[in-house]
Ligand binder design. Structure first.
Ligand code: FES
Length: 121
């Protein structure tokens, strides 16, 4: 099994809340998303559908299951929409919403120590 290497990617304060900044970690482009003061996600910048730079997509929410005739928007800030074909992914789990496809976003472990962000990739 290949051992993951921890890489410092920047100070937590340098990442704007709710936006993705793409960093280079070795040969990989990884999108760093700071969700709030204590949560940072690291996502491989490759869509599992056809390989688009998924981290350049929009972060937002989605329409939730609801009663007939009702439109309910929710999960704002928790969904990443691919810029090529519009597939939506749950940022927390990496899974495609509503099971539209089997592939999922590739995520890496993150850690915040002393106000600095590290990614294990
Ligand atoms: S490449 Fe991302 S949805 Fe098609």
């Amino acid at each position: 099994m290949k051992r993951r290497q921890e890489t410092h990617v920047g100070a937590l304060e340098s990442f704007a809340i709710g936006a993705i900044r793409i960093v280079q970690v070795g040969r990989r482009e990884i999108g760093i998303l700071r969700s709030d003061d204590a949560t940072v996600h690291a996502l491989l910048n490759v869509c599992p559908h056809r390989g688009a730079p998924v981290c350049k997509g929009k972060i937002g929410g989605t329409m939730l299951p609801s009663a007939p005739g009702e439109l309910v928007y929710g999960n704002d800030g928790k969904v990443l929409k691919c810029p090529w074909h519009g597939y939506e992914f749950d940022i927390e789990t990496g899974a495609s919403l509503f099971g539209i496809m089997r592939g999922r976003l590739h995520k890496f472990e993150t850690e915040i120590r002393d106000g600095e962000v590290y990614v294990s990739a």
